[in-house]
Design a protein around this ligand. Structure first.
Ligand code: ATP
Length: 137
């Protein structure tokens, strides 16, 4: 079994939390920790450090720290890859075209406001869980 870090981004964290959490559990993911979490700008910059210097970095980190996210640690076999498949492509329009049942197809707006996050590797999952859930260390 494997763990991944998932989060509902600010625009859906309160508005669509119940519907998305239902999809998560019906999708076979066990929620082992969950909480509302308010990023500071500095913490958002650390979370998305790999994107520093990209044109969307400032808008992304300002937005992620603008209101609470809903953070979750999910567990299942192959959780990291399966969660990224479950949420769909980064761009919500592409998700609607290619993965209409995915979370991003249903709740994402565009290429940046794409409803949810998922760790992209074992190392990222460890790092992200530790940043947001240091109490699990
Ligand atoms: P996440 O890391 O949030 O799960 P991802 O791994 O699918 O998304 P990344 O390439 O890691 O995508 O980008 C991280 C986040 O940065 C995206 O989820 C999106 O919110 C934003 N982003 C990525 N590319 C762009 C872009 N070209 N324009 C605007 N925002 C973008």
């Amino acid at each position: 079994t494997q763990r991944t870090y998932a989060m509902l981004k600010p625009d859906v964290a309160s508005l669509h939390r119940d519907a998305i959490v239902k999809m998560v559990t019906e999708g076979g993911f066990k929620i082992v920790a969950q909480k509302e979490y308010q990023f500071t700008l500095a913490a958002a910059q650390e979370f998305y450090a790999e994107h520093e210097g990209r044109p969307f970095f400032d808008d992304l980190t300002t937005w992620i720290s603008s209101a609470p996210v809903y953070a979750m640690v999910l567990e299942k076999d192959n959780a990291i890859v399966d969660w990224r498949t479950f949420i769909g492509p980064t761009n919500s329009e592409k998700a609607r075209a290619e993965a209409p049942d995915s979370i991003r197809a249903k709740y994402g707006k565009d290429g940046s406001h794409n409803a949810v996050h998922g760790s992209d590797s074992v190392e990222s999952a460890k790092r992200e869980i530790l940043l947001v859930f240091p109490e699990l260390a």
